[in-house]
Design a protein around this ligand. Structure first.
Ligand code: ADP
Length: 289
């Protein structure tokens, strides 16, 4: 089982003739509401990859639809609590040229009760995976609980904050970050990805693929598949979810990365996020040049 202490957002996308100026009131042509948040995306990706996924998190009283959507995608939502704050959301204004402006409100994602987290994780078994990202509260508590319970503790260092990474670093078995985040980490802490005291580190490299650093071994490079990318949002989350699913199934890491690389390549050919993450069959059947 994969336990994901993760964010859940409503991505509200408003179509506008132009981006609003200060003081301006502007009517939108349309509104689309998508399930988002790095946490929710990773849960959906791992579930689509065939794993059993328990999402731990919080939504507001307005967030029942998000839980329903996660359930529809095969994620166990019984450890998502309802709190007295609005569900996390992003208000995304998009103009006719595709330029955007985003307001992010973490809301319920920062209001998870630590005792609720403890209760959820008390149902975990030794050897289960725990994944965290930097969009919720209680990351350190979760990493500590996870380590104590004998879970494989994983961290996706996004959105990047050096302090947040350093706080969980002592408890990690696996760290995944993209090239920009790895560079920020090096600049702010002096630690290159290869120097980190973590058994498994993956640096994703966008259209260049990914690099796997296993402590004590030479780095292994994976090149990306050549595809026509139309929307790269959610590529990293899809990659992470598929790697976790592979690990959870006991695959060698290299094999899990190959599958994640295929899933993420397919993902960048699609518009959208959680709602369009490919399932295992599509990933296996995909052919690339
Ligand atoms: P993030 O979305 O977190 O910034 P990356 O941009 O590094 O992460 O992308 C994550 C993974 O998605 C890459 O390791 C690769 O497998 C895949 N990917 C991203 N962009 C492309 C692309 N243009 N073509 C093929 N695969 C891609």
């Amino acid at each position: 089982t994969i336990w994901n202490l993760g964010s859940i957002n409503a991505d509200m996308v408003y179509d506008l003739p132009h981006l609003p100026a200060p003081g301006e009131t502007l009517a939108a042509h349309g509104l689309d509401r998508f399930l988002g948040g790095k946490g929710a995306n990773m849960s959906v990706a791992a579930a689509r990859a065939g794993s059993r996924v328990s999402h731990i998190g919080a939504v507001g009283h307005d967030g029942r639809w998000a839980k329903d959507r996660l359930t529809e995608y095969g994620v166990d939502t019984r450890y998502i609590s309802e709190v007295d704050l609005p569900t996390g959301h992003a208000i995304i204004a998009v103009d006719a040229e595709g330029e955007n402006l985003i307001i992010l409100y973490p809301g319920a994602n920062h209001a998870l009760d630590v005792s609720h987290l403890g209760q959820a994780l008390s149902s975990a078994s030794t050897g289960d995976l725990l994944i965290l990202q930097n969009e919720t509260n209680a990351q350190v508590e979760a990493a500590q609980f996870g380590r104590k319970l004998g879970l494989t503790v994983c961290y996706a260092a996004a959105p990047f904050q050096a302090q947040a990474v350093q706080a969980v670093l002592p408890y990690l078995d696996f760290l995944i970050l993209n090239e920009i985040e790895a560079e920020q980490l090096r600049q702010e802490t002096g630690m290159g990805a290869a120097d980190l005291p973590v058994r498994h580190v993956i640096v994703t490299l966008g259209a260049k693929g990914a690099r796997y650093l296993q402590q004590g071994n030479d780095p292994v490079e994976f090149s990306a598949h050549k595809v026509q990318a139309v929307d790269t949002t959610g590529a990293g989350d899809t990659f992470t979810g598929y790697v976790l699913a592979g690990m959870d199934r006991g695959m060698p890491m290299e094999q899990a990365i190959l599958q994640a690389n295929r899933a993420a390549a397919l993902m960048v050919t699609r518009h959208g996020t959680a709602d369009v993450i490919p399932d295992l069959r599509e990933v296996r059947d995909a052919t690339f040049d």
